[in-house]
Design a protein around this ligand. Structure first.
Ligand code: ZN
Length: 304
């Protein structure tokens, strides 16, 4: 009996010693793609990396294209090496080999985050438009697909001719939940105030939205469409996990971009990126998340 006891104590001591403790989970590998944009990509791609890396969940690489009009031939990101690809890119077409590598990654079940003006990109690339589901500007019209918005809480596909993509004046606005049980949204308040931002409206495209997560009222009094507009959703595209986040207009300096400093934006980016990478969301809801009355900001992009 005593011998068994000693044996068990030895086993316990060994287990408590080196080698059996739970390892820190592997960080998710994220790739931010930037280099051209009608926005301040020089700031936005850095902010995206700061938010992702400060969470402790991701280790983030950046890949930049050549400047507009430059030689794109060496732009060959290794998409397949990443758990999630975050697009912060709106510019010249990539080389055909890079298009093909991106499609192979996405169609093979890759994770993608479409961030703000990334949904302006590549208006003439049909498959890319199916990856974003809705896009704007860059010549988009009724040929790109219907307008998509909510009326009386129900989706409307509106084939009225006209340009795709507009927005009213920047302002703070309430976010309205549409799928409170989705892993990206679960635990977040149904309604919360987003920091000052553009609200994209009149977007159009194939509209293959999988789960609509948040909408916002594009108030005509501030130049909006006067419709309840889709702002945050996932895309129905085979095995891929695609998270489309229209929020996050990037201001001129690191210190002056309230949309990206909003804790709501940062939380959605992190939860959407984790979901795109793994299909699950394990991170808790932050205690400084905005409420239905007040926005909340992290100027340093660091969790509290
Ligand atoms: Zn913008």
């Amino acid at each position: 009996m005593k011998r068994i006891f000693l044996y068990l104590m030895t086993v316990v001591a060994l287990l408590m010693g080196s080698g059996v403790q739970a390892k820190a989970p592997r960080k998710l590998k994220a790739l931010v793609v930037s280099g051209q944009n009608n926005h301040n990509w020089q700031v936005s791609h850095q902010v995206l990396k700061l938010i992702l890396d400060h969470s402790g969940l991701f280790e983030t690489d950046i890949v930049l294209t050549a400047p507009a009009g430059g030689d794109m031939s060496s732009f060959r990101p290794e998409f397949h090496r990443y758990d999630v690809v975050v697009l912060d890119y709106n510019g010249d077409r990539w080389p055909a080999e890079t298009d093909a590598a991106f499609l192979k990654y996405v169609q093979g079940g890759g994770g993608v985050v479409i961030y703000h003006a990334a949904d302006n990109a590549f208006a003439g690339w049909e498959e890319f438009n199916r990856i974003i589901a809705l896009g704007g500007w860059e010549g988009r019209t009724e040929k790109s697909g219907p307008y998509y918005y909510l009326k009386d809480g129900k989706p409307v596909l509106d084939n009225t001719p006209g340009p795709g993509g507009s927005h009213g004046q920047q302002r703070e606005y309430p976010m309205h939940v549409r799928h409170s049980k989705h892993p990206i949204v679960k635990g977040l308040p149904d309604n919360w105030i987003h920091g000052r931002d553009e609200m994209y409206d009149r977007m159009r495209g194939p509209a293959n939205i999988k789960d609509l997560l948040y909408t916002g009222w594009a108030d005509a009094a501030t130049g909006g469409s006067g419709r309840e507009e889709p702002l945050v959703f996932t895309v129905d595209y085979g095995k891929a996990r695609i998270f489309h986040l229209m929020l996050g207009h990037c201001g001129p300096t690191l210190e002056d971009n309230p949309a990206m400093q909003c804790v709501g934006f940062q939380t959605l980016l992190l939860r959407g990126a984790e979901w795109a990478a793994t299909g699950k969301v394990k991170q808790p809801v932050p205690s400084d998340f905005p409420t239905d009355r007040t926005p909340s900001f992290r100027m340093d992009y660091k969790p509290r």
